[in-house]
Ligand binder design. Structure first.
Ligand code: CO
Length: 167
């Protein structure tokens, strides 16, 4: 396995529509293993193939049990009407955070690394992560869905202020 370099906002690979995966061979498996290693090293909870410069429809997401889920050719097939607001960040937009509206729950249909179809459901942060990573496959970043980007420092200050209010 090998760690790969994460593309940063401005890199054109982040703005392309990725192609479907049609061959489920050891080349795909190596790519998925590399994505996992790269994400772990960067302390991420999700990563999409275009973030490591590969324009194929693959994402990995860490689920609520801290298990890694590989999604090949994923599609969101159901979105709850209920929405959630929350801060979102991205390994390709380091140090910046934005308030993004997402469905509270989503259902996703995808293939595993052997090509077998499965469905997965996510709520809360996991639903947010599914949406965020799948958006990457169509060349979209969370920065398009928020009207203001906060720095890590601003975010920390806001969180502290929130904590203060609760006390
Ligand atoms: Co991202």
């Amino acid at each position: 396995m090998a760690k790969r370099i994460i593309a940063k906002d401005g890199d054109e690979s982040l703005r392309k529509r990725c192609k479907d995966v049609t061959v489920f061979d050891d080349k795909l498996w190596t790519m998925l293993d590399d994505m996992y290693e790269t994400m772990q090293e960067a302390n991420g909870v999700g990563l999409a193939a275009p973030q490591v410069g590969i324009l194929r429809r693959c994402v990995i997401v860490v689920d609520e049990n801290d298990e890694m889920l590989e999604l090949v050719n994923p599609e969101v097939i159901e979105r709850s009407e209920e929405i959630q607001d929350g801060f979102e960040g991205c390994l390709s937009v380091p140090g910046m955070w934005g308030m993004v509206e997402r469905p509270m729950r989503v259902k996703v249909r995808a293939q595993d690394r052997t090509g077998a179809f499965f469905e997965a459901e996510g709520a809360g942060i996991v639903a947010r992560c599914f949406c965020h990573e799948i958006d990457h496959l169509d060349g979209h970043l969370f920065t398009e869905l928020t009207d203001h980007l906060y720095t890590q420092k601003e975010l920390d200050e806001m969180m502290e202020a929130e904590e203060g209010k609760k006390r």
